[in-house]
Design a protein around this ligand. Structure first.
Ligand SMILES: Nc1ncnc2c1ncn2[C@@H]1O[C@H](COP(=O)(O)OP(=O)(O)OP(=O)(O)O)[C@@H](O)[C@H]1O
Ligand SMILES: [Mg+2]
Length: 197
């Protein structure tokens, strides 16, 4: 078990969520708006070859412990400048404590279409839709973050960016009031349609 330890100074921000939810898109906006270097976990896994094998679909299995170490090292550099920003669904698996975790959520029908467009097989599609319905990343993010902000698609993007800006500048800032997310009615529809579980 990797210990979850808080990094030195600066605000450690992680953007996470189900594959295809729109994490990279939003994280890029944060990065551009706030001028913080974006650390894409998937790119780090690739460039440092931090994967052990591929699963049935040919997807790479990341090695969590060395990946945690590498991300801590890279984020450490950014933190010296006030904030670090990492993005990836693996953010909620790493042994790192975040100041703020942002979970990008996605309506099941939209996610289904995106993942079908990517050519996901039935099992992998179901697994990811279920993860989104049950907020797998959000629950995991709660365990390792001081604050968790959940966004439904592009709703509330601007208020979240303003809040991050204030926090980086050291202002306490009131936590933004975000749209409540409940995927249960959508999950029921998918179950009734025989698409899940
Ligand atoms: N707010 C949005 N409105 C419309 N389309 C979006 C939005 N956010 C993302 N998309 C689209 O959805 C797709 C997936 O987005 P993105 O690559 O950001 O997801 P991701 O969560 O980073 O996925 P992965 O886990 O594979 O890295 C892209 O085609 C992107 O253009
Ligand atoms: Mg991405």
């Amino acid at each position: 078990m990797v210990s979850i330890k808080k990094e030195g100074h600066g605000l450690f921000i992680a953007v996470t969520g189900t594959p295809g939810a729109g994490k990279s898109t939003f994280a890029k906006e944060i990065s551009d708006d706030l001028g913080i270097t974006l650390i894409e976990i998937n790119s780090i896994v690739e460039s440092y070859r931090l994967f052990s094998e591929t699963d049935d679909d040919g997807a790479k299995i990341a090695m969590i412990k060395p990946l945690t170490k590498k991300i801590k090292q890279l984020a450490g550099e950014s933190l010296k400048n006030g904030a670090a920003l990492i993005v990836g669904h693996l953010a909620c698996e790493l042994g790192i404590r975040y100041d703020i975790a942002i979970v990008v959520r996605c309506q099941l029908e939209i996610l289904e279409q995106r993942l079908l467009d990517r050519g996901y097989g039935t099992e992998k599609l179901k697994e990811n839709l279920m993860a989104e319905a049950l907020d797998y990343c959000g629950v995991a993010a709660q365990e390792r973050s001081d604050e968790v902000l959940e966004l439904d698609g592009s709703a509330d993007k601007d208020v979240v960016i303003d809040y991050l800006k204030a926090r980086i500048e050291g202002k306490p800032g009131a936590q933004p009031k975000l749209k409540q997310i409940d995927r249960m009615p959508e999950l029921l529809k998918f179950i009734e349609a025989g698409k899940l579980p």
